[in-house]
Design a protein around this ligand. Structure first.
Ligand SMILES: Nc1ncnc2c1ncn2[C@@H]1O[C@H](COP(=O)(O)OP(=O)(O)O)[C@@H](O)[C@H]1O
Ligand SMILES: [Mg+2]
Length: 243
């Protein structure tokens, strides 16, 4: 089967730092892929290179069988490949609804249609009651959901989530997990950068582990959590004891 998203030999450096070192993996349509790795492993840089926010030094990105390397973020969003940001990038002075309408306008030329789609998405992420609140007045958790809503309003085929659950309390994490599952049931392919292992392991179909820019594992959550290289590099001995 051809992957919906294929990363091949992706390499990116910043001065002397090799943030992504020849990273290759594929994501099948409808899959939830967990991308794990310690701070500084290169996860956000990889998202930036995949989604048109940074040009890779080397390597290719293919989406739906087409080489999209070097395409702009807005072009990729029209193609159906979107991401959220670890540091939320909503417009603070616009309402939740207005923020999501901006995403929806990508697919819906008329503001009235974009508004309808935005309201649906706000409902989906549980923010309907907050649609008229300015983004700056939302809680951190609500702003994270708003960021996801704005991405969803573009009707993506693949959604890349950069730590969309970090900083959330357990109830909010559970809601976010349920949302990711619903999205996948709706046919969206998901790549999830997350630090909370207890979240990623049960949710992901497959896990890729980055360490110092390199992909050191690509397997099922169960296999990855038994992989000695991963345990040593990332999970740490306490994980073995708990597992
Ligand atoms: N814009 C940048 N300029 C310089 N160095 C960067 C930049 N972005 C990331 N880096 C460096 O690249 C490495 C990977 O960072 P990042 O992709 O943010 O990792 P992660 O998301 O896994 O925590 C780190 O050493 C980081 O300091
Ligand atoms: Mg990051």
């Amino acid at each position: 089967m051809t992957a919906l998203l294929e990363i091949e030999g992706l390499t990116k450096h910043f001065g002397g730092v090799l943030a992504n070192d020849n990273v290759s993996f594929g994501v099948a349509e409808g899959e939830i892929l967990g991308l794990l790795g310690p701070n500084g492993a290169g996860k956000t840089t990889l998202f930036n290179c995949i989604t048109g926010f940074l040009p890779p030094d080397r390597g290719r990105v293919r989406f739906a069988g087409v080489d999209v390397t070097g395409r702009s973020a807005s072009r990729l969003a029209r193609d159906g490949l979107v991401r959220t940001f670890q540091i939320v990038r909503v417009f603070p002075d616009l309402s939740a609804l207005e923020n999501v309408v901006i995403g929806a306008l990508l697919r819906h030329g008329r503001v009235s249609a974009a508004r309808r789609r935005a309201l649906e998405v706000l409902e989906d992420v549980g923010l309907a009651a907050r649609s008229n609140v300015r983004a700056r007045d939302l809680t951190t958790a609500e702003r994270k959901r708003l960021e996801v809503a704005r991405a969803l309003a573009t009707d993506p085929r693949a959604l890349l989530l950069d730590e969309a659950m970090s900083g959330l309390n357990p109830r909010e994490v559970a809601e976010a997990v349920a949302l990711v599952r619903r999205l996948r049931e709706g046919g969206v392919t998901i790549v999830l950068v997350e630090h909370v292992l207890e979240v990623v392991m049960p949710l992901a179909d497959r896990v890729v582990v980055l360490q110092e820019g390199r992909a050191i594992a690509d397997a099922t959550p169960a296999a990855v959590s038994r992989d000695p290289a991963v345990i040593e590099a990332y999970l740490g001995p306490q994980f073995i004891e708990r597992a």
